[in-house]
Design a binder for this molecule. Structure first.
Ligand code: C5P
Length: 286
């Protein structure tokens, strides 16, 4: 079975408090994008399922999140045998774009179809939370408000059509370490989440773009922060309606109304960075 695993961006990311269980209570407006990995999922050839990708440094076998998702599905439903997963990786890894979670979500959808389990997307999303906090959103896709650990989802009106330029600078940021640097009481700048929700309802792209923000931007160390700020400035300079870091970074994205402006920003950033993409909002499959 062939599947598309869409990446996501965070239109907003706010941290409300630290929880007793060590996780953080979040409030995020998430958007699926057409930048995606391609997966093939098939019944395993050997006694144990394998996961292979066209990127050498990705975890293989049962360490890959795709196999974790397959195990979680079997545990939750009692259905499905071992599967081989082959991944054509296009979404940069450790980038704040939920590439691994998107692959995990695609495997859950594949196993649901291959086994005839007939779970709803909401049920699959609930199972997916056991594989990672971003997996439930990746199962549902579209535009959604994510709360709690990230697993409590409320579908939102779709982001108006636009062009999205994503640029990942060549370093990675550890998600647990970044959460470790957050002092919730010292967060000064927050996204206008309610304003973004109202702008989505009104179909106001510029209103969404203007209110985007990611509280992690203030806790990133100084040198990466300077690079992130420079990418944001380049995107805005080339006509982005707004720009922000996605997830725990380091990817930065800008929203554009016009395709020629997006192409222009892409060309400029491509002179300095390898991982630059132009994509669009992805609409959920039904
Ligand atoms: O759930 P997931 O494995 O994606 O989370 C990775 C790490 O990010 C967790 O171990 C935790 O340190 C941190 N995290 C958090 N609060 C969240 C989500 C993740 O502190 N809501």
């Amino acid at each position: 079975m062939e599947l598309t695993a869409n990446a996501k961006i965070n239109l907003t990311l706010d941290i409300l408090r630290k929880r007793e269980d060590g996780y953080h209570e979040l409030q995020m407006v998430m958007q699926a994008v057409t930048l995606a990995d391609q997966l093939t999922v098939a019944p395993a050839k050997g006694p144990e399922g394998d996961a292979v990708a066209d990127l050498r440094f990705l975890p293989t076998g049962n360490k890959n999140l795709a196999q974790v998702a397959a195990a979680v599905f079997r545990q939750a439903t009692g259905l499905g045998g071992e599967v081989d997963v082959s991944i054509r990786k296009r979404v940069p890894v450790c980038a704040g774009l939920a590439g691994g979670s998107a692959d995990a979500a695609a495997v859950l959808r594949a196993m649901n179809a291959l086994t005839g389990a007939g779970l709803s997307l909401e049920e699959l999303a609930e199972i997916g939370a056991r594989a990672g906090s971003d997996v439930p959103f990746c199962v549902l896709g579209g535009t959604a408000l994510a709360e709690g650990r990230g697993e409590r989802l409320t579908p939102l009106p779709a982001l108006p059509p636009c062009h999205i330029v994503i640029c990942k600078p060549p370093f990675s940021i550890s998600t647990p370490q970044l959460f470790g640097r957050v002092n919730v009481r010292k967060i000064v700048r927050r996204p206008d989440t309610q304003g973004v929700l109202a702008a989505l309802k009104a179909g106001d792209l510029a209103g969404v773009a203007r209110r985007m923000y990611n509280v992690f931007e203030d806790v990133v160390e100084r040198r990466p922060a300077a690079e992130i700020a420079a990418i944001k400035a380049a995107l805005i300079d080339r006509g982005a309606l707004g720009a922000s870091m996605s997830g725990s970074g380091p990817s930065v994205f800008g929203l554009f109304e016009r395709s020629d402006a997006a192409q222009d920003a892409f060309s400029l950033l491509r002179e300095s960075f390898r991982d630059v993409f132009v994509c669009r909002p992805a609409v959920p499959e039904v």
